[in-house]
Design a binder for this molecule. Structure first.
Ligand code: KIV
Length: 262
């Protein structure tokens, strides 16, 4: 998968499937499932580092995980997520940070924000760095929202989201993530853009969907947003396996003869 092919899926009417990954093991599993694109998301601050939001994730941490995922990925489009403070300060810093993601092996980067990042996206695309935009509930603005809350419920907010989406497309974004916006708003945006929309809590009419890998596998359940569906229950399976291991060690059932050298 590459950026032009990703964009063409919209015209071909093919739904795009994207998940996050942060390490080589899960990257290989994701690729085995035929997933088109992998986002090395700054959600790693929450699901890997155990923080309550993504704001403390650093460029060095993002680059470390991006390098690992990009090295393991053979087919999927790898997108690096620009962390808080890597693009807010200036266009110059944005270009430098984005370039480091591409040097780490990502084929594209993702940036949160609408009208305020237009000049960043124009600069990045001018220099050959493909950008996935991200609007709606943008987690790096959690303090402004007062929590992870649905955005675009009021008519003027929905209109602002549509205007942002059109401006992001015109600036050169190759795709837009729509997070936690009403389904009818996401539908309108999707119909009015020629680039693919990737929804997360944005209803079924987006051109594709993204979920955080540990959410969909049922590994992370500290909090479960309405838009998450558990396709497996790996946390429960892991706890059960560990309990069985503990019991078998305690009653000297493990290791048995077949797990021992002679
Ligand atoms: O960081 C992330 O994983 C994301 C997705 C949830 C869209 O931004």
């Amino acid at each position: 998968m590459n950026v032009p092919a990703f964009k063409q899926c919209k015209q071909a009417g093919k739904k795009l499937v994207v998940v996050t990954a942060y390490d080589a093991l899960f990257t290989r599993i994701v690729e085995q499932a035929g997933i088109e694109a992998i986002l090395v998301g700054d959600t790693l601050g929450i699901v890997v580092q155990g923080k309550s939001n993504t704001l403390s994730v650093t460029m060095d941490e993002m680059l470390y995980h991006t390098r690992i995922v990009a090295q393991a990925a053979e087919k999927s489009l790898v997108i690096g997520d620009m962390p808080f403070l890597s693009y807010q300060v200036s266009v110059e810093e944005t270009v430098r940070s984005a370039g480091r993601f591409l040097q780490a092996g990502a084929a594209a980067i993702k940036i949160e924000g609408g009208s305020q990042v237009i000049d960043r996206i124009e600069a990045l695309t001018r220099f050959g760095m493909p950008v996935m935009a991200h609007i709606g509930m943008t987690p790096q603005s959690v303090n402004q929202y007062g929590g992870f809350k649905v955005q675009g419920k009021k008519e003027e907010q929905a209109e602002a989201l549509l205007a942002d989406a059109k401006a992001l497309e015109a600036a050169g974004a190759f795709s837009i993530v729509l997070e936690a916006v009403p389904a009818n708003v996401a539908k309108t945006i999707t119909e009015q853009l020629s680039i693919p929309t990737i929804g997360i809590g944005a209803g079924p009419q987006c051109d594709g969907q993204i979920l955080v890998l540990y959410d969909l596998l049922g590994l992370f359940d500290d909090f479960v947003p309405k838009f998450v569906k558990h396709y497996a229950h790996l946390k429960a399976d892991a706890v059960q396996a560990l309990q069985r291991f503990k019991e078998e060690v305690e009653c000297a059932k493990f290791p048995s003869d077949s797990e021992s050298y002679h």
